[in-house]
Design a binder for this molecule. Structure first.
Ligand code: FAD
Length: 448
């Protein structure tokens, strides 16, 4: 696509999974470019995909969609305070992107990259059309340039990755403040928004808190109703502080496998997934808490877990679409034909294995599962029901409020033994897991 740049061509920030104003290098860079060149600025949100999966359910389930909208409303509120609307693209199809480009001829697009194939494909399309796309990292704690290895040579085994980073004392940049200088907002030509099906997000749109909260038996540490939008960055930052002030991080190592404890783990993933919370902001708050109250094995372990998140992102950067094959990174894997009845029983929590069924019902009722339960139900699908990892991962994608392509794919491959687990996969014996983590059966009872 050849293009000439009209006067007033905007600098665009394409929000994907970075729905915040705090700690946002890409945002700072785009605003600075617009100010330096005297251009208007446009904030555009690409919502998660809505199309159906090959197995019949939508890629993004209703509750997860409501969560993303809640996060986007929080962002729209923040932008409104600086005189900017948040525009929403209908989808990420080539036709939509093409219409967008011809409508506003962006001078440049700034983005915090999600290093997964679909999100990268959108950016590659823009680059192929000659749009200058500026990528500002992949949302990790560390900068690529500071790592003790090149991103292309990231250690494939987590322990080697963690030890290398820790041994090198690789710095984690401190979080950036919310920008203070904002250029003028881009003004669309008359009717263009209607013609393209674009819309501005209403910053005052109410949260569907009833849908988000789900079944009261599986309560998450949700903020009070008057702190909506729950998905927004203000709620994210308040939750972060509440979790630390409550002393929960100090006990995290002992409580993280509790199956029915809303404060047993941090639940930061809910806001990290949409980018309403920056991982560097979370780490900075954790470090400040340690400085004030002392470090514990709980606070260390939270850092350790945030490194898992990073590791899956770096692995995505290194291996890209290869991770999404049926065989993942393995040289080969026998095909796993789909048995629709087994799948339906697993999804509905009717396998007959009580701990697995309790987990699958919790997932459907709340959009969340503890890490322990994710491992148990994923292992059951893979190793007892002989399911294809991609089908299980797709069900998680639709259901999980905190779905993140890198963490979801990475963990599924790990348990399947098709990723980079040195032990070649993990099988969790459901009976042993139930005895260890739900000895009195309270968790299993709750699901009925
Ligand atoms: P905490 O235990 O409090 O950990 C703090 C943070 O560390 C998390 O918010 C998360 O960012 C990171 N973290 C912790 N464990 C992991 C892990 N195993 N892998 C990557 N990062 C981790 N996490 C997602 O964010 N999105 C997903 O789509 C996702 N899918 C998963 C699928 C399977 C099959 C499994 C086994 C795990 C999956 N996880 C996923 C990882 C993990 O279960 C969640 O990050 C965690 O349970 C979220 O709850 P929390 O924020 O309370 O985590």
């Amino acid at each position: 696509m050849s293009r000439s740049l009209p006067l007033g061509a905007p600098v665009v920030h394409l929000f994907i999974a970075d729905l915040r104003l705090h700690d946002h290098a890409a945002l700072h860079a785009g605003l600075a470019q617009a100010l330096a060149e005297g251009r208007p600025w446009l904030a555009l949100w690409l919502p998660p995909p809505a199309q159906p999966t090959p197995w019949g359910w939508p890629r993004t389930g209703a509750r997860r969609l409501a969560w993303w909208h809640s996060a986007a409303h929080g962002l729209a509120q923040g932008l409104a305070r600086h005189g900017h609307p948040l525009w929403c693209l209908p989808d990420g199809t080539t036709a939509t992107l093409q219409a967008w480009i011809s409508a506003c001829s962006p001078a440049a697009v700034h983005v915090l990259e999600v290093p997964a194939p679909e999100e990268r494909a959108v950016l590659q399309t823009l680059v192929a059309w000659g749009i200058p796309v500026h990528r500002h990292g992949i949302g990790t704690l560390h900068e690529a340039a500071d790592l003790p290895f090149t991103p292309e040579a990231v250690p494939t085994v987590f322990t080697a990755f963690r030890q290398a980073v820790e041994r090198a004392h690789t710095p984690v940049p401190g979080p950036l403040p919310v920008p203070t200088r904002w250029p003028a907002a881009w003004q669309p030509a008359e009717n263009i928004a209607d013609r393209l099906g674009w819309r501005c997000l209403d910053p005052q749109a109410p949260d569907d808190t009833a849908l988000l909260a789900g079944d009261a038996r599986h309560a998450l540490p949700w903020p009070p109703a008057d702190e909506a939008p729950w998905g927004g960055e203000a709620a994210a930052l308040r939750h972060l502080q509440r979790y630390l002030d409550g002393g929960h991080a100090r006990r995290y190592k002992a409580t993280r496998n509790h199956l029915a404890d809303p404060w047993g783990s941090s639940h930061w993933s809910l806001w990290l997934a949409t980018g309403a919370l920056s991982p560097r902001q979370a780490l900075a708050a954790l470090r400040a808490h340690e400085a004030a109250h002392g470090a514990t094995d709980g606070t260390y372990w939270l850092w350790f877990e945030l490194l898992w998140r990073d590791h899956f992102r770096w692995l995505h950067r290194r291996f890209g679409a290869a991770l999404y094959r049926a065989r993942g990174l393995a040289p080969h894997a026998p095909p796993r034909p789909l048995d629709p009845q087994r799948l339906a029983r697993w999804m509905q929590g009717e396998t007959g294995c009580d701990i697995v069924d309790a987990g699958m019902r919790e997932l459907a009722a709340s959009g969340y599962l503890s890490n322990r339960m994710r491992q148990i139900v994923a292992s059951y699908w893979l190793h007892e029901l002989q399911g294809d990892w991609r089908v299980g991962a797709a069900w998680f994608e639709a259901q999980l409020l905190d779905h993140d392509p890198c963490s979801n794919t990475g963990n599924w491959l790990y348990i399947a033994g098709l990723g980079t687990d040195p032990r070649g996969g993990r099988r969790f014996d459901p009976r042993k897991q139930a005895a260890q983590h739900d000895p009195d059966g309270a968790y299993r009872q709750r699901a009925h």
